[in-house]
Design a protein around this ligand. Sequence first.
Ligand SMILES: Cc1cc2nc3c(=O)[nH]c(=O)nc-3n(C[C@H](O)[C@H](O)[C@H](O)COP(=O)(O)OP(=O)(O)OC[C@H]3O[C@@H](n4cnc5c(N)ncnc54)[C@H](O)[C@@H]3O)c2cc1C
Length: 388
Amino acid sequence: MSSDADRIVIIGGGVIGLSAALAAVESGHHVTVIDPAIENYAEGSGASWMAGGMLAPVTEAWFGEEARLALDITALQAWPTFATKISHTAGQELLISRAGTIQIALDIDDARDLERVRTFQNSMGLKAEALSRDQLLDIEPLLSPQVVAGSLISTDLSVDNRALVNTLRLACAHSGVEFIPQEVTSMNQLADRVTVVRTAAGDFPCDEIVIAAGAWSSHILKMVNTDSENEIPVIRPIRGEILRLKSEITAFRHTLRAHVHGFHVYLVPRTNGEVVVGATQFERGFDARPTAGGVYELLRDATELLPYVKEMEFLEARVGLRPGSPDNAPIIDRVPGVSNVILATGHYRNGILLTSIVGDLVSALLDHRDLPASASLVSLNRFSGVTR
Ligand SMILES: Cc1cc2nc3c(=O)[nH]c(=O)nc-3n(C[C@H](O)[C@H](O)[C@H](O)COP(=O)(O)OP(=O)(O)OC[C@H]3O[C@@H](n4cnc5c(N)ncnc54)[C@H](O)[C@@H]3O)c2cc1C
C-alpha cells in the first residue's frame, strides 16, 4: 500500500461493509471499518449475524422481479469463486452447502401454487423439478406424512452466515484493514466533501466514505450535508425473528421451505448439527426483542413440516433487522450533492447472497468506473420523490 493511498472509511462492518473493505484494500486503498459490533456481533442486531444463510435466488424468484433475479443469479454464480478466494485470504475454509432446497406443499392449494411458480422458474431457464409425495419422503424421510408435493431446486446453495462474517473479518484483517469498535456519531465536511468521520474514541480523516450500516444507513446519511435537489430514499428496518436449534441426528439434508398457516417457514441445516428456523417479517422500528408469539409461530410451523423439530435442543431466538429500500432492492451508488460518499445498503432479504458481488461494485465506484449493465438495478437513479 503506498503512503498516498486513498483513505477509505467504511461505516458498518456487516457482510456488506466487510466485503467492500476487502475489495477496497485489495485495490490498494488504506481502509478503516468502524462499527460498534465489530468485536462482538452477538451483542448487536446486525442482520448479517442473524441471517439464515440461504443463497437461494431460484427459490425466491418471483413474477415481475426479473431484473432483481438476474442480479441474484449473477451473485449465486460468483459464490464458489468468492468463497475460495476469501478462504484463501483468511487462512480458514468457508464451506458452502450444495445440497439444494426443497419447496414443500402441505395441501392441494399450495401444490397448485408451487406448480405455477415452477412453471415460471422453468420459463426463466431456472432448474426446478417436480417431486411427488413419495419422492419427497424418499429424499427426506422425516418430513411430515402430510406433505403433498414439492419442487427440488438443486442449484440453490447455503452458507453459515456467522462463519461468513468471521471469514470476511479475518480476510480483511490479514489484508491490512483497520477495525474501530465504535459508533460513528458525526462528520466534518468542507464544501461538498466529508473530511472527517467522528466517534467517541477519536476522529478519522477520510478521502472517501462508504455507508454500509444496514438498517441504520439513513441515520448515518443524515450526518452528511448533501445540499442537493436530489432526495435520497429512506432505508427502513424490517425485523425478522429467527431461531437456532441443534439436532443430535442428521434430520434432513436440504434446505426445507414451505407455506404453513399463511406464513413462510424455512429450515436450514448446518454441518455441525445446528438448524436455523426462520423467519418472521414485519416492521416495528428498531425494536430487536424477540416476541413469544414470533417464536411460537416459527416452532409451530417448523414442527408441522418436520415433526422431529420437537426433539431438537433450543439454542437461541434472536431478531435481525433487514435493511429495506423503498423498492426492497439494493442501493450501491455515489450519493448526489456530495463528492465522496458511497451508499451500499438496502440488501433486504438477500444481503448474504449479494455479498459475493458487492465488493467489486463498491470497488468500481471508488475507482470511478462504471458498474456493469447487470447491476443497473442498484443505481439511485431509479428513485424520485422519496425523502431521506
Ligand atoms: C432473520 C433474517 C434472515 C435472513 N436470511 C437471509 C438469507 O437466508 N440469505 C440472504 O442472502 N440474506 C438473508 N438476510 C438478509 C441479510 O442478512 C442482510 O441483507 C445483510 O446481512 C445486510 O448486511 P449489512 O452489512 O448491510 O447490514 P448489517 O449486517 O445489519 O450490518 C450493519 C452494521 O452497521 C453497524 N452500525 C449501525 N450504526 C452504526 C454507527 N452509527 N456507526 C458504525 N456502525 C454502525 C451495525 O452495528 C451493524 O453491524 C436475512 C436477514 C434477517 C434479519
